[in-house]
Design a protein around this ligand. Structure first.
Ligand code: ADE
Length: 226
């Protein structure tokens, strides 16, 4: 998979993209993330990428030209399945969307900043608008990093077997059951007896019941979804 990120603040993305799972995926040749500075595409003599809103509203709006030129250049080089704009008024991101995007070959993320981007970019150049939650951040960079992390870890071969994404919370619509490690008792706090029983079938049943109980208690909304 190849992911191109368009941003006015590339510094915000260098660290998350060069560490942990994303670094491992790129070292293994399974995913490549390229960060592009929108400013490099500006034809303005001061490399400006924003301007005042026509409405007179306070706050700057990201201009069309540098974003259109950057997108045109990338789209001339390869075919992209989605051009995603990260924005608080987009569709809410979830595991299903992560699963779906993890099967794509090429993706573009456009990170918004300031008061937003010129609506004509959204109307004509963006194929999908996604939010990571009902709160407003300064820009879309951290939202893109969150989404890209959860997408890339789903690509086969990125995670080792023991951390397989198939057993993640949300993957089957339920939260994960609790996990324990040695010692079996610490300060009188005991690991549930059943986990020490060695009875694989009973343990599996217990894990499922725990998942269901946790989901009912913490996220009953998940049980109501289709
Ligand atoms: N940009 C600012 N806030 C955001 C959010 N909640 N989700 C996605 N992009 C954003």
């Amino acid at each position: 998979m190849r992911i191109d990120i368009l941003t006015g603040v590339p510094e915000l993305l260098h660290s998350p993209m060069n560490h942990s799972i994303l670094k491992r995926a790129s070292d293994k040749g399974l995913a490549e993330v390229l960060i592009h500075n929108i400013r490099d595409y500006s034809t303005d003599k001061h490399n400006k990428i924003d301007d005042y809103a026509f409405s007179g509203e306070a706050g700057m709006v990201m201009s069309i030209q540098p974003i259109d030129d950057a997108l045109t250049k990338l789209k001339n080089e390869r075919e992209y399945q989605e051009v995603i704009y990260t924005t608080p008024d987009g569709e809410p991101f979830n595991q299903k969307i992560a699963n779906n995007l993890s099967t794509c070959k090429n993706l573009i993320f456009l990170c918004g900043h300031y008061k937003g981007i010129d609506q004509r970019i959204r109307d004509n150049l963006i194929t999908r608008e996604i939010s990571i939650g009902d709160y407003v951040m300064t820009g879309g960079e951290l939202a893109a990093a969150v989404m890209i992390d959860s997408i890339i870890r789903l690509i086969p071969g990125v995670l080792s077997d023991e951390t397989s994404a198939l057993t993640d919370s949300f993957q089957d619509g339920l939260l994960s059951p609790p996990v324990y490690t040695r010692p079996a008792e610490y300060k009188g706090w005991k690991v549930p007896e059943i986990l020490l029983s060695g009875n694989a079938a009973k343990i599996e049943k217990w894990r499922f019941e725990q998942s269901l109980e946790r989901t009912r208690r913490l996220r009953p909304d998940l049980l109501k979804e289709e």
